[in-house]
Structures are given as structure tokens and as C-alpha cells.
Design a protein. Structure first.
Length: 417
């Protein structure tokens, strides 16, 4: 198999091709709406804090209801749940458009829609992730996840660009209508998939499909706890670059909004490269996970020392690439090394950790940047990520009865050895 065909091997499957195309359309619409909502709230209130509050509204339900969504995903058939979630999101986008076109001057209805959207994501997100794992065989799931990272990055860039072009023409309401239409692309793709080509995961029974069983599984699986802890640290103080890039642009680099725009673009390019890096790997192993965590932490610590905008931007490329490859590897190992009947609740646990890391890391890095300076904030975050990677290697070594060097060479299934 050539390197090119290996990189895109998940696209050999009919169902995944449909899923990938729909995913790109949906992510593009989502980012169009994100920019539209942020701009609308900023226009109504003139407050960046109000914009941040809308993000909290979206994330909070995942922290509270995520495991219930995972339990539903493990017990219910995937296709109907996915379609129901897409219809709910389309309806919310339409409601948001109606609110905007009515000329409202209050942000409370917008917050209400954001909260409702967070509930839909919390309850439907695990089913979406579990369903996505059924459109490819297990051997190609890591590649599908890596390609999904590329599509998410491409959809983000495309969505932000389209929103910037369309907002002056059709306004926020028109952008929200456009996003509502994108959810029907996902529904059409799901309905067009061939049932005989699904790779069904075992469903949980009534005796093992509860939220409590999912929590017990996570808490009683040491290797998974280590991986989640490492991901939490890297996600909280090592991934919130929207905060530190803005602080560096406004502070030490003195590059203003133009510099921040350049850094955001470079970071987006790095995320695409990270997706390709993960896609070229035949296996996403724990060794790769530990190496990526260490290398990304080191790069972050060094980025705080960069003297100019261009040298700092150059460091953003490997950091962004490493972060995406790290996220893909965590998701692949957590899912593939867990029982099928726990897949939805494991995906929910990943979502909860990711949301908690973002909620904690953003304010923490912002506070460090304000008090100690963005350079010191980057160095503290980088050292924390380095330490977490080393501690994770030690913990995995102790769990497996190996040396640290042997631990970073562990392959999938090591915990059963």
C-alpha cells in the first residue's frame, strides 16, 4: 500500500466517505454560527465577558449530563439518536435565526439557545462519536479520527472565512439559517449509508448500561485514568492558545490584532499538519502519546522565549500539530482499548475532561498572563505538560511492571498483557 493510500485508507469505505463529507459541511456551518453568535453578543453588549459566558453555557451541560449521554449511546441504536440530535440542532439554529431577525436587544434568549444546544451536545455527542466508530472497521478507526481532525480544521477555517464574508451581506440571522441547513447534510448522509457495511459495536444491556457502571469502569481502569489525567493537564495549560496568542500579540510581541490574526492562521495550518501526521501512522500507540505530550510541552516552554512575532509563529506550527495528533491518539486509545459496550461512556468521559480542561485552563492562563506576563505563563504551562508526560510514563511503567523506557514502547492492548 502506498503512503498516500495509507494516509487516506479510511476513505476506502463508502459509509465513511459519506460521513466525512457531511462532517466537513456541518463543521463549516457550526463555525459560521460561532462567529455569528460571538459578533451578535458583542454588538448587543459590547462586552467580551458576555461572549465568554455564552461559551460557559454551551460547556456546562457536558460537565453535568455527559455521562447520561454516554449511557444512552451505549444502550440505544446509533442512527436514530444521531438523526434526532441533528434535527434538534437544526431547530435551535432556526430559533436563533428567528430571535435575531426579530430585532431582539437582549442576550438572554441567545444564552437560552446556547444552553439548550449544550444539552443536545451532552446527550447526543457520545452517540455521534460511537456512530462514527461504526462506519469503519476498528483497524481503520485511528485513521478515520485523524482525517476527522483534518476535516475539522478545514471546516473551521472555511466556516470562519465564510462567516466573515457573509455577515455584512446576510447578517447574523442569515448565517444561522445557513447553519440550520447544514445539519440536513448529516441526516442525508446517515440515511444514505449502507446498513450491511456498518461495523456494529456491542450494545450495553440493562444490567451494565447505567451511568454508575460507566463511572466505575473509568475509575477502576488505571491506565485510562493516567491517560485522562495527562490529557487534562495538556488540555488546560497546554492547549488554550487563543488566550496566550492574544496576550503575546498585545504584550511582548507588540503586534496587535494583525499579529493575532497571523498567529491564528499559522496555528490553523499546524492543526491540519497534525491531522496528516496522525493519519500517516498505522497505529496510534501509547508510546506516541507520551512522546507527543513531552515534545509539545517542551515546544510550549520554548515558545515563551521567542523574541519576535515570526519566531513565535514558527513555534506555533509544531505545537498545533502536536496538540491535534495528541488529541487523536488519546481518543483512539481510549476507545479501542475499552469494551464496545462502554464506548459511549468513554467518549462522554473524554468530552467531560476536555470541557473541564478548557473551562479551567482559559481563566488560569489568562490570570497568569495578566499577573506574571504571557511569556512566564507559556513557560509554566510547558513545564507542567513536560512534568505530566514524565509522571504518566512512570505511572504506566509501574502499572505494567516495566521500566519507564519499556513503558513508552507500549503497544495497544498492553494492559491485558
Amino acid at each position: 500500500m502506498s503512503s498516500t493510500s495509507s494516509t487516506f485508507r479510511a476513505l476506502r469505505h463508502h459509509n465513511y466517505r459519506l460521513w466525512a463529507g457531511a462532517d466537513l459541511v456541518s463543521v463549516t456551518g457550526t463555525w459560521m454560527q460561532v462567529l455569528g453568535v460571538n459578533w451578535l453578543i458583542l454588538t448587543l453588549t459590547g462586552s467580551a465577558t458576555s461572549v465568554g459566558l455564552s461559551l460557559v453555557m454551551q460547556a456546562l451541560p457536558t460537565l453535568l449530563l455527559g455521562m447520561w449521554g454516554g449511557a444512552l449511546a451505549d444502550r440505544l441504536p446509533g442512527r436514530p439518536v444521531v438523526i434526532a440530535a441533528q434535527l434538534a440542532q437544526a431547530a435551535l439554529a432556526a430559533v436563533l435565526a428567528a430571535i435575531t431577525l426579530s430585532g431582539t436587544t437582549s442576550v438572554l434568549p441567545i444564552y437560552a439557545v446556547a444552553l439548550a444546544g449544550g444539552v443536545v451536545n451532552a446527550l447526543g455527542g457520545p452517540a455521534l462519536g460511537r456512530f462514527a466508530a461504526e462506519v469503519v472497521p476498528p483497524a481503520d478507526l485511528p485513521n478515520a479520527m485523524a482525517l476527522g481532525s483534518i476535516l475539522n480544521s478545514a471546516g473551521r477555517i472555511l466556516g470562519m472565512s465564510l462567516a466573515g464574508a457573509l455577515l455584512p451581506v446576510i447578517g447574523e440571522g442569515g448565517v444561522f439559517v445557513a447553519n440550520a441547513a447544514t445539519f440536513f447534510a448529516v441526516i442525508a448522509a446517515v440515511l444514505a449509508m449502507r446498513s450491511r457495511e456498518f461495523h456494529k459495536l456491542a450494545a450495553a444491556g440493562r444490567d451494565s448500561g447505567s451511568v454508575l457502571d460507566g463511572l466505575r469502569y473509568v475509575l477502576r481502569t488505571p491506565w485510562l485514568l493516567v491517560v485522562l489525567a495527562l490529557w487534562f493537564v495538556s488540555g488546560s495549560v497546554g492547549r488554550n492558545y487563543q488566550v496566550t496568542m492574544a496576550a503575546m500579540s498585545a504584550g511582548p510581541l507588540a503586534s496587535g490584532a494583525g499579529g493575532y490574526g497571523l498567529l491564528s492562521t499559522v496555528f490553523a495550518v499546524g492543526t491540519v499538519l497534525g491531522g496528516f501526521l496522525a493519519a500517516t501512522r498505522t497505529q496510534l500507540t501509547l508510546r506516541l502519546l507520551l512522546v507527543l505530550a513531552f515534545a509539545t510541552g517542551l515546544a510550549q516552554a520554548l515558545s515563551g522565549l521567542m523574541p519576535s512575532l515570526w519566531t513565535f509563529a514558527a513555534m506555533m506550527v509544531p505545537i498545533a500539530a502536536g496538540a491535534v495528533a495528541l488529541d487523536t491518539t488519546v481518543s483512539a486509545r481510549a476507545q479501542l482499548d475499552s469494551p464496545d459496550e462502554m464506548r459511549g461512556r468513554v467518549i462522554a468521559a473524554l468530552s467531560i475532561v476536555s470541557s473541564a480542561a478548557g473551562a479551567l485552563g482559559g481563566p488560569l492562563l489568562g490570570g497568569l498572563s495578566d499577573t506574571l506576563g504571557p511569556r512566564v505563563a507559556l513557560e509554566i504551562g510547558g513545564v507542567a505538560c513536560l512534568s505530566a508526560a514524565l509522571l504518566a510514563a512512570v505511572a504506566l511503567a509501574r502499572l505494567s511492571g516495566r521500566t519507564v523506557r519499556q513503558a513508552i514502547r507500549l503497544r495497544p492492548g498492553w494492559e491485558n498483557a
